[in-house]
Design a binder for this molecule. Sequence first.
Ligand code: ZN
Length: 417
Amino acid sequence: MNKINQTNSPYILRNVRLETGFLYEKEEIVATKTALFDIEIENGKIKTIDPAKETAGNQHFNAKGKLALPAFRDMHIHLDKTLYGLPWKAVFPKNRTVKDMIAQEQKIIPELLKTSVERAELLIKLLQGYGTNFARTHFNVDPTSGTASLEHLLQALDHVKDSFGAELVAFPQHGLYYTDSTGLMQEVAKWPQVDFIGGLDPYSIDGSIEKPIDFTIQLAVDNNKGIDIHLHEGGESGYKTIHYLIDKVLENPQLEGRTFISHAFALGSMSKKDLAYTAERLAASQVGIASSVPFRNMMMPFTELRNAGVRVYTGNDNVQDHWGTFGSGNMLQKANLAAQLYGYETEFDLSRCLRYATNGKVPLDEKGNIEWPKVGDEASFLLVDASCSAEAVSRISPVAGLLNKGNTVTWDLEEQL
Ligand SMILES: [Zn+2]
């Protein structure tokens, strides 16, 4: 394997398959049209996109007809406390509530921290192998971890800084007041590497909806950060928490577009009327939802949320840790899961599901016009063994290579000089 790692010297990636439009039959989309292109890359960006030809030019590599897709983005994961790389372990049988899990974490965190740098890097490599070059990662802020979880995560991210990007959420996993984590949260909120202030089930963990949310809002405003809180609570407290957060975001417009609720399971059990009202308010306040596409006992109303204009982000959340083991690390698998859950089967609907892997970016718009890639775009994309997006989502097609800003991260293709 010959890796490309010279962002400054231009090169051409030949025979890249790109989507060029939809094929219609009686006004129905029945297939995706593609063609082969030569893509010239310079300084980490796409310089030219031309129909594939046989002439020689700059140093070139052969994509051999593989399909290019925008690099995947995992928008909810915990890179800091994974067990990935350690021997297999299912979740603990007796720890079923969040408070049980907090007690368990207080016991195991000191041991986990000893190897958390290496394990975060291993997990990042797993994600990259599936075509992901960016993650929104939560990291624990609690009296047991102190600032070590953040420090170790930053070390791991520094080791992969040329090939992987991340935004960081300071996550008070043991509650703000349930264990006194407010001082630590105030401390890490000042760190420039921290992008979001996190939170956890205000009512069930800290006994109040208003007090923890008010603290979180103030911390985000004071430090110019976004917000991304975990909300597992359903029923009345879940509903009230969502609306209280929306109220506060509307009072602090600088948080609009920068505030997210992770999981937000309450949305999955609301009446149609409550959901319509809540979705409308989420859209108006630009509060997004980050979800792992769960399907146990409930179904998240992605379609209703999207139709109302709410941003829906997806991520693996847990890839083999003490909370869960079903995150595969593969964002295409999340897109496939969404397609199966919501009954997206047609060429068009499957092609739209790619959004769940890329955090919104798709090669063709709804009318089949080319949206991606364009000259000047960052050269961050993957190559898959598929004929189009719809097939990649449906088949969870294998990834043959990943480029991050023009550098190869994983590459199973031979160099052709
Ligand atoms: Zn989480």
